[in-house]
Ligand binder design. Structure first.
Ligand SMILES: [Zn+2]
Ligand SMILES: [Zn+2]
Length: 450
């Protein structure tokens, strides 16, 4: 049952109750992601995602309401919040299900896997897409959407066309977060150009090795079966299967050398000290030639004398983009000259380009240093300006309370200010002291007593 707060907020939203938009592909490997669903839902109401999120923010927790109302973009830089497995994702799913009347939005996220396997770090930091899928849906006049599978780090090729997924817009040459306030499926969030491209899939078919192909097929099966999983019980079955399997070897070292799983990881599994990571789970299944879905059945991992050689690469596949020095230099120079008031940090620049900060500093140390200094200087200026405004505001509040015959104590001034703990800042507290003295309510003696 929804809480009272939830009901109150809902009552205030009665005129904005949302369409019962059906998510695409639930129960298939091409199930839509919640980020894509949010975009389509917003579009069906002729509003941007940012507006939709601001409208439903009261259902998502207090700290986010303020952040969303301020127009902060930071929330949108974390894909895990929208399609991952944390508490915010759960609140978002609950809110959307309540407002749309749907009961299946949880399958558009990784929430169903969170009690099953350790899925930390399996989401890409940037949006990626198949231009041929978009082109096909566009041609058939089907809705454009973005499947959850495109957002997983393990997946570098389209499951349908076997071409590499793209993460750079062909027009503006930039990467983008999974979701922004104005994202629409099928369109670049930065330059708004279409992301589809009519191409013969046979001509762009990517070569993928045996392990990548195996991972792709097993993740497709897992996504399709997710609505059927009863996860609370399955976690124990998976761990029991792994433990029994490791114990079938003479010792943990021989298991580690046969499977490629680190010795310490195997020991922790046997002791029940850690949960199996998705990377290692896939690897165990690969070397034992056991389909991932079978691991959720009791006693499915049988000892074999010969295992398949472990894959050389066990970490998720990085999006393969050549380092284009000319393009990167131009981006950094444009960034510096475009907006002297920019507060954008090097972390954000690195995310936008899809290139690590370390690599950027290695190739262009001077430009990176200037961008970082510019952002730090601007942040200091903004912070100083805000402090000055808050000093003036506190002075005004003191005088108004005094005029209304209310003693402008620390608590009453803070209660009258919109920002919590405003008087904790030394400068603002000094402004309050100064005003109290000017009003004759505060003497040096009082100050000493306090
Ligand atoms: Zn495709
Ligand atoms: Zn673009």
């Amino acid at each position: 049952m929804p809480s009272d707060l939830f009901k109150d907020v809902l009552n205030s939203l009665t005129c904005t109750t949302l369409f019962c938009l059906e998510p695409i592909g639930v129960g298939t490997y091409y199930v839509e992601s919640l980020a894509s669903y949010l975009c389509r839902l917003a579009h069906s109401h002729s509003i941007y995602v940012g507006t939709l999120m601001t409208d439903i923010a009261p259902l998502l927790g207090n700290s986010l309401v303020a952040s969303l109302k301020r127009g902060s973009s930071r929330l949108y830089e974390r894909p895990g919040l929208f399609i991952g497995h944390n508490d915010f994702t759960l609140k978002l799913v609950n809110a959307l299900e309540y407002l749309t009347g749907r009961k299946d939005l949880i399958y558009l996220t990784l929430l169903s896997w969170r009690h099953l396997i350790d899925i930390k770090g399996i989401l890409k930091e940037v949006r990626s897409w198949c231009p041929i899928c978009f082109a096909e849906w566009q041609r058939k006049k089907e809705p454009l959407y973005e499947p959850l599978i495109w957002a997983l780090k393990f997946i570098s090729v389209c499951p349908v066309h076997q071409c590499r997924l793209l993460s750079f817009c062909a027009v503006c040459k930039r990467t983008q977060p999974l979701l922004t306030r104005t994202t629409r499926p099928g369109y670049c969030a930065i330059c708004k150009s279409p992301l589809w491209k009519e191409t013969n899939a046979d001509e762009v078919r990517a070569k993928i090795d045996d392990y990548d192909n195996w991972v792709l097929k097993n993740i497709m099966a897992l996504l399709a079966q997710t609505p059927l999983l009863k996860h609370i019980l399955l976690q124990k079955i998976v761990m029991d299967n792994l433990t029994a399997y490791i114990r079938s070897f003479p010792d943990a070292s021989s298991f580690a050398s046969a499977s490629g799983i680190p010795h310490c990881t195997a020991t922790r599994w046997v002791r029940g000290e850690s949960f199996s990571s998705f990377y290692h789970l896939l690897q165990i299944c690969y070397v034992t030639e056991t389909p991932l879905m079978k691991l959720f059945n009791k006693g499915s991992l049988n000892h074999r004398d010969r295992l398949k050689p472990p894959p050389i690469r066990t970490q998720p596949i990085r999006t393969r983009n050549e380092f284009d020095g000319t393009r990167v230099r131009k981006h950094l120079e444009d960034h510096l000259s475009a907006d002297v008031n920019s507060q954008i940090t090097m972390n954000r620049v690195s995310q936008t380009l899809g290139i690590s900060k370390k690599t950027l500093y290695l190739h262009f140390p001077e430009l990176c240093r200037r961008i970082a200094e510019q952002a730090a200087k601007r942040r200091r200026e903004v912070s100083q300006a805000r402090l000055e405004q808050e000093c003036l505001f506190v002075e005004k509040v003191c005088r108004q309370l005094h005029l209304a015959d209310v003693y402008p104590s620390f608590e009453s001034v803070e209660a009258a200010c919109p920002r919590k703990a405003i008087l904790r800042a030394k400068e603002v507290k000094t402004a309050w002291h100064r005003t109290m003295k000017q009003l004759g309510l505060w003497t040096n003696q009082t100050q000493e007593e306090v």
